[in-house]
Design a protein around this ligand. Structure first.
Ligand code: PLP
Length: 478
């Protein structure tokens, strides 16, 4: 493909994306295909001769779109949002177009430096303590990871290495293998699956601690577990506190958990993957009270802050904990600017890294802080409006108070009714909601996900839910 064809192809692709977004509501949010559908439609081997880009783009509509779940449709209310915006899409295009790999400063100085600057902008926008910023006088700093899962694993691995180093220094005769086998991590039984996975990947036993009636992990529960483990010979090492859990958007109590971590040398990682975006609005910052105790703090601009996947923001109070744990040098990686700026390869699992800061920069500049706050407040308002609709219908009950963009509710009566309602909604594909569990009861998780969502979309979803609830209750009047 030459430059001329690239210009035509690229422009056609942009038109395709704009048309797709403009007409998103016309598509069923869930596809109607069965597993294996695609292999029946496209050839078994790659073409021998080059094909035309027009044909390829046509095939996207013909073969790919029927198998797409439309995450950015205003009728998508499942999981948590995946962010999307035109500034971020253009940022992605430029990142691909420039195509540099910024594992060290010299590998592409702008890649590293824009990341340092934008992570500071973002940290200030959230109101994070200054110690987390790249520009702070200490060793704090921010880095873009691919996902909250990676951030939790990176925190765990760093915590593990500093615990081992500290204990070997304090007890030179202790066997390193023995130390490693005794390290233990904690999180709540409401934490995302990725947190438990980080323990498995990092070979550290992880306890899932029970939460209070608001699904929040409290200091009293945590300290009891820590003391019991110390008595049993374990070495508490790492805890992940969640701000905005996946099931109900509950908030763990950092103010209670933090001091226990300090007392017992436990690394405190904050997973605010979804709800962290809300801290751009000062009125929600009370929910991160105690963040000053954290060793690492992570949230996903790629969830609720309009930056396309992947962009997961991780800040560390002392980046040396990572750079010392992860630093493996080779002659081909050495350069004469080492130490003068961040070499982000020491801050992450892979060596290579994309120019992800571009899309973050575009979003921060083209929305402005004001635009980002408007986006968050609009989502929360729509969720509150939906909650009012649930409360106005005697057939339904709320499972918890609506929190951020999430509303957890259920049909009154046995779990089977709510399950049947979800099945009916899934079969019709007009809206997409998924089940959750709250205090042993099945609930519907309804999340305002799309940046295009309006009051009309909320009414559309509610009408769809009500009509299907009537069907369920007609068949099972109780
Ligand atoms: N943590 C929480 C609280 C989440 O809700 C999620 C995903 O929804 C994750 C972590 C995992 O995020 P990622 O896909 O970026 O790893």
């Amino acid at each position: 493909m030459d430059d001329k064809q690239f210009r035509e192809f690229g422009k056609a692709a942009i038109d395709f994306i704009a048309d797709y977004n403009e007409n998103l509501r016309d598509r069923d949010v869930l596809p109607s295909v069965e597993p294996g559908y695609l292999s029946k439609l496209i050839p078994k081997t790659a073409p021998e001769k080059p094909e035309s880009w027009k044909q390829v783009l046509e095939d996207v509509e013909k073969f790919i779109m029927p198998g797409v779940t439309h995450w950015n449709s205003p009728h998508f209310h499942a999981y948590y949002p995946t962010a999307n915006s035109y500034p971020a899409i253009v940022g992605e295009i430029l990142s691909a177009g420039i195509g540099c790999v910024g594992f060290s400063w010299i590998a592409s100085p702008a890649c590293t430096e824009l990341e340092m600057v934008t992570m500071d902008w973002l940290g200030k926008l959230l109101g994070l303590p200054e110690e987390f910023l790249n520009s702070s006088p200490g060793y704090g700093g921010g880095v873009i990871q691919g996902s909250a899962s990676e951030a939790a694993l990176v925190g765990l691995l760093a915590a593990r290495e500093i615990s081992v180093t500290r204990l070997k220094r304090a007890h030179p005769h202790w066997d390193e293998g023995m130390i490693r086998s005794k390290l233990i991590a904690y999180t709540s039984d409401q934490a995302n699956s990725s947190v438990e996975k980080s323990g498995r990947l990092g070979a550290m036993k992880m306890r899932l601690l029970p939460t209070d009636e608001k699904c929040s992990l409290r200091g009293s529960t945590f300290v009891q577990a820590v003391k019991k483990d110390i008595e049993a010979g374990f070495i508490p090492c790492y805890v992940v506190a969640t701000l905005g859990t996946t099931p109900t958007c509950a908030f763990d109590d950092l103010k209670e958990i933090g001091p226990i971590c300090k007392q017992h040398n436990i690394w405190l990682h904050v997973d605010a993957a979804y709800a962290g975006a809300a801290f751009v609005c000062p009125e929600y910052r009370y929910l991160m009270s105690g963040v000053e105790y954290a060793d690492s703090f992570n949230f996903n601009p790629h969830k609720w802050l309009l930056v396309n996947f992947d962009c997961s923001a991780l800040w560390l109070k002392d980046s040396r904990n990572l750079t010392e744990a992860f630093n493996i040098d080779r002659i081909y990686l050495a350069n004469n600017k080492q130490g003068a700026a961040h070499d982000y390869r020491h801050w992450q699992i892979p060596l290579g890294r994309r120019f992800r800061a571009l899309k973050l920069w575009f979003v921060l500049r083209l929305y402005g802080s004001e635009g980002l706050r408007r986006h968050i407040r609009h989502t929360v308002k729509l969720a509150k409006d939906f909650e009012k609709l649930v409360n106005s219908d005697h057939r339904f009950e709320m499972a918890t108070e609506a929190m951020m963009g999430l509303v957890c509710f259920r049909l009154k009566g046995g779990d089977h009714l709510t399950r049947q309602l979800i099945d009916k909604l899934m079969a019709r594909k007009k809206i997409y909601v998924i089940p959750g569990a709250c205090r042993e009861k099945v609930v519907i998780r309804f999340v305002v996900c799309s940046r295009f969502s309006t009051q009309d979309d909320i009414d559309y979803a509610w009408n769809e839910i009500c009509s299907q609830a009537s069907e369920v209750l007609k068949a099972d009047p109780g």
